[in-house]
Design a protein around this ligand. Structure first.
Ligand code: HEC
Ligand code: HEC
Length: 453
């Protein structure tokens, strides 16, 4: 206690001494890490969020921003200024055509990609949502090699995270449609690719859940049972433990591709606009119409859903599996053959499965926020954008939101709001920072205690 008061007094004294500098937004940057792996991750983080590779001004963080779960959606895009490099197609004449579709970007968060090569830009492209890059350590390994991107194609190259970063620079960072390395952008060096990979692998979960969890919510508990029931929800075959790996009964077979019929959905929002949205043929050239299974723990707070952002809510994403598009798809028919029927959940069951996905997402947010607050307590300082404390506040807000949206666990939401308020006071206040961080961690633990035993 005395120790804490002493630190608070020091902090207050420090404030007086540096008040001038503090007012102009000066911040203590954390000391460079001494552990080589931590240093590599820190270098990768800097490259990911700051390096433009001599291109059009975009960084990886332009589309994978830390404060929005490393993904973008229409709601986030609407908060950006018109000069944001995401919008280069709107203000760089050389990129005005055949680079992005600004309308589909702003309305549905869709990004243009030339997965089958750059030879016919006007016709050979697909429109895809931006996946978060969380939990990658658990979601891209398959016996056939790494599976990155919505179709697992990689971008191009061997499908590893290293080659994906190079592909992203060529696709998204170019100054002109010529895409000449050394002129329109520079390629990442091998050292930079190592750092980017290490950073990306450090993001989010490093471990699978072990289902079933001892959940407390009545509806979420039922949703978990349906999810795991191989005769009812059948979700666990492809999304084992709500992750990205398949297990048909003989052990995990890693991250797999399936044609689940998402491309066949009627009234796909982007197509309703009348804009050109070519069919997305999935893995390979020409494609085999399969897409890669994404993890579900991180799904509920990263809408919209599926490779083409076809639906906006997690409830609709669950309901997808009841429809003809899924049940008549190649994967749907194989599943029906193996289990005796397709997937057919009624409204209460859809709600239950979605509630389960919301609760496990909130638990993951709480886990991350707690870790980030502990880092912030050790490191001190940290008011800069993307700092652990700021990210902890964002994660806590997302945990609350993902529950509130479906009226789940109001008592947990109240604890989360207290946690957020305490963390914000630690961010903006000058005294008792450690105490406020401890209060925030305690409130997160209380929120968790409402969700799970
Ligand atoms: C203009 C937006 C944009 C930028 C900039 C961008 N990405 Fe992406 N990212 C996407 C889209 C869209 C996808 C989906 C691609 C696909 O399905 O092939 C994606 C997919 C990914 C994936 C695959 C994730 C998974 O679960 O398989 C990784 C990894 C990734 N990006 C890393 C990066 C890196 C590293 C950079 C910077 C060098 C970067 N991205 C820059 C839009 C972007
Ligand atoms: C045959 C394998 C398979 C089964 C069974 C399956 N999924 Fe999927 N799931 C996938 C694939 C593949 C995708 C990606 C499809 C795409 O984007 O085109 C996906 C995507 C999703 C998404 C969107 C995630 C995102 O981030 O966009 C959700 C949510 C989802 N599945 C939930 C479920 C639920 C709930 C069940 C059970 C009712 C289920 N899945 C059963 C393979 C499967």
């Amino acid at each position: 206690m005395g120790h804490r008061l002493f630190r608070a007094a020091l902090a207050a004294g420090g404030l007086l001494a540096v008040a001038g500098a503090t007012l102009v937004g000066c911040d203590t940057t954390p000391p460079a890490p001494t552990d080589p792996q931590a240093a590599l991750v820190a270098k990768g983080r800097r490259l990911f969020f700051e390096e433009t590779f001599g291109g059009n001004g975009r960084t990886c963080g332009t589309c994978h921003p830390a404060e929005n779960n490393l993904t973008i959606d229409a709601r986030f895009i609407a908060t950006l200024p018109p000069t944001d490099p995401l919008f280069v197609a709107e203000f760089v004449p050389a990129l005005a055509r055949n680079f992005e579709n600004p309308r589909l970007m702003r309305e549905f968060g869709l990004i243009q990609e030339n997965l089958d090569g750059f030879d016919d830009l006007a016709n050979r492209f697909v429109m895809r949502g931006v996946p978060h890059t969380l939990g990658l350590r658990l979601s891209i390994a398959s016996p056939q090699g790494p599976r990155t991107g919505w179709s697992g194609d990689g971008a191009p190259g061997d499908g590893s995270l290293r080659s994906f970063a190079t592909g992203a620079v060529i696709q998204h960072f170019t100054k002109t449609l010529e895409r000449v390395a050394g002129v329109d952008f520079r390629l990442p060096t091998p050292d930079e690719l190592d750092a980017l990979e290490a950073f990306q692998l450090s993001l989010g979960r490093q471990q699978e859940l072990r289902l079933p969890l001892p959940l407390k919510g009545t509806v979420a508990t039922r949703g978990q049972a349906i999810f795991l029931d191989n005769r009812l929800g059948k979700c666990n075959f492809c999304h084992e433990n709500a992750g990205a790996n398949a297990n048909f009964g003989a052990g995990s077979i890693g991250n797999q591709n399936f044609d689940t019929g998402v491309e066949n959905l009627p009234d796909h929002p982007a197509r309703l606009t009348g804009q050109k949205v070519p069919a997305d043929d999935g893995l390979g050239i020409p494609g085999d119409k399969t897409f890669n299974t994404p993890p579900l723990v991180e799904a509920a707070d990263t809408p919209p859903f599926f490779h083409n952002n076809a639906v906006a809510t997690i409830e609709a994403a669950v309901a997808f599996y009841n429809g003809d598009s899924f049940n008549n798809s190649p994967a749907g028919r194989v599943l029906a053959g193996a289990t005796g029927s397709g997937i057919k959940l009624d409204a209460t069951q859809v709600q239950a499965v979605a509630s389960f996905l919301r609760v496990i997402n909130a638990l993951e947010n709480i886990r991350q926020a707690t870790e980030l607050l502990q880092t912030a307590r050790k490191a001190g300082g940290g008011r800069e954008p993307g700092s652990p404390l700021r990210q902890a506040i964002a994660e806590t807000g997302q945990a609350a939101r993902v529950l509130v949206e479906a009226d789940l666990h109001p008592a947990a939401v109240a604890h989360l709001e207290r946690a957020r308020a305490a963390a914000r006071r630690a961010l903006h206040g000058w005294v008792a920072r450690d105490k406020r961080l401890d209060d925030a961690v305690a409130a997160l633990a209380a929120a968790r205690g409402e969700l799970v035993q």
